[in-house]
Design a protein around this ligand. Structure first.
Ligand code: SF4
Length: 211
């Protein structure tokens, strides 16, 4: 895809979703972002938002979480998917942050992905939201939307990330992640995308192939 076309698509997405992005990009505490993102796998953000106030009130630091009882954390996070495995992971993550990183969430992606329950996508979310670093977490929405439009032509999230990082200006990378997610949630649904009211339809490869 031509560079000027990519920039036009990004501009249109930015126009549609700037308001949605502002709260997401508000700088957040690395510990809370990390734990919330671990908990968000295979569950909705709303479900996570319901349980995190109690979790962080009880365990406001990695040190406190690292000393928590599994049964107590399970009780608090029970409404999120895979809560048993996640309870063990967040406790072990709290402990490892204290033992190996002096009580602070590490800022290097390579260190973050060593923490239990933390994959590349979670690490990228923390980089964007808490450390103001350019990164492109590829979740199911980003993967689908980027590959439908033709911003990426890839079969895996890793390859999609690699391609998006190359073509999106660094200054826009974090915001572009949220524009793509928003577009996936609002218009470009997995089933039945609403192409007829899509602002980037004229540039979209998927849409061209429908005709
Ligand atoms: S035209 Fe359709 S498939 Fe393409 S981005 Fe828009 S909603 Fe998605």
């Amino acid at each position: 895809m031509r560079k000027d076309t990519i920039l036009k698509i990004l501009k249109l997405l930015k126009k549609s979703y700037t308001a949605n992005v502002k709260p997401w990009l508000k700088k957040s505490d690395p510990y809370k972002t990390l734990i919330s993102t671990i908990l968000s796998a295979q569950t909705t953000d709303d479900q996570v938002d319901k349980i995190t106030p109690e979790l962080f009130q009880e365990y406001p630091t990695p040190s406190k979480l690292g000393k928590a009882k599994v049964a107590e954390v399970e009780r608090i996070i029970k409404s999120v998917g895979l809560y048993k495995a996640k309870a063990r992971n967040v406790i072990a993550t709290g402990r490892m942050i204290v033992e190996e990183f002096g009580g602070q969430v590490p800022q290097a992606r390579a260190d973050m992905v060593r923490l239990p329950g933390v994959g590349r996508k979670t690490a990228n979310v923390v980089l964007i939201k808490s450390f103001n670093e350019p990164a492109m977490p590829v979740d199911t929405h980003v993967f689908r939307v980027a590959n439908r439009i033709g911003l990426a032509i890839a079969k895996t999230p890793e390859k999609t990330e690699e391609q998006l990082v190359k073509i999106i200006p660094r200054k826009d990378l974090g915001a572009a992640h949220f524009w793509l997610i928003s577009h996936g949630r609002v218009i470009c649904h997995a089933r039945s995308p609403e192409c007829e009211r899509c602002s980037v339809a004229r540039y979209c490869q998927y849409f061209k192939e429908l005709k």
